[in-house]
Design a protein around this ligand. Sequence first.
Ligand SMILES: Cc1cc2nc3c(=O)[nH]c(=O)nc-3n(C[C@H](O)[C@H](O)[C@H](O)COP(=O)(O)O)c2cc1C
Length: 237
Amino acid sequence: MKIVLIHGQNHKGSTCMIAQELAEKINDKTQGTSEIKEYFLPKDFDKPCMGCCTCFKEDLTKCPHYTKLEPLVTALLEADLIILESPVYVYHATGQMMSFLDHFGTWWVVHRPKAEMCKKQAVVIATAAGGGMKSTVKDMADSLEMWGISKIYKYGVGVQAVSPKEIPERIIKKIHKKTEKLSEAVCKNAGKQKMNHRGKKWFYLMRLAQKHFPPMEPDYSYWEEKGWHKKARPWKG
Ligand SMILES: Cc1cc2nc3c(=O)[nH]c(=O)nc-3n(C[C@H](O)[C@H](O)[C@H](O)COP(=O)(O)O)c2cc1C
């Protein structure tokens, strides 16, 4: 399985530890055949979106940051499993994780989604000292759902710590159990092709809007070329 981990911080703390543990367990379950790529933010991509809207008006490949972004784009498109992780910072994902995700507005199903997302799974992981896991997990899952990923697993955990060595033993045990369960689920669902419920709902709403309102380009032509105004669907074929 091709796995890409996007770490929402440069340091290897509790959240990174959980994400890496999960990837390793999946690698074990696939007899060591998995390929794991990792990117740390902001070390591997440090640009905030400039709001020029070139991606919406033209294409993501025309983004002023594309040269730096390209290795991460390629890794995301090639992956079978995307793992996004972030510590909770003031109840949300880190600024660098959000800045990174800002670059993928055109991948949302309401614009020009990538059909290959329907063949991928994703896991989002957040740790906090005590609170804010739900909103942080949602910050990342929003993008993955709207990219049309088939299945998204969400894991937020309060670790009562600011570094891995401080995490109480009973919580560590809980984390090992959860990564085991997640790795089993990911392996079991590998290769399934569908679009998650939220993404599908927005796909059909957009399809309706495109029928009844003046065409918004270049989105309309992209859908036309894919046959989505007719019978073709991103999750089929
Ligand atoms: C800037 C900053 C903001 C934080 N905000 C919260 C918060 O809102 N809620 C919380 O429970 N913990 C908060 N924490 C604590 C971390 O989320 C927590 O220790 C987390 O497990 C750290 O993960 P890491 O080891 O991967 O860096 C914050 C820490 C920092 C540095």
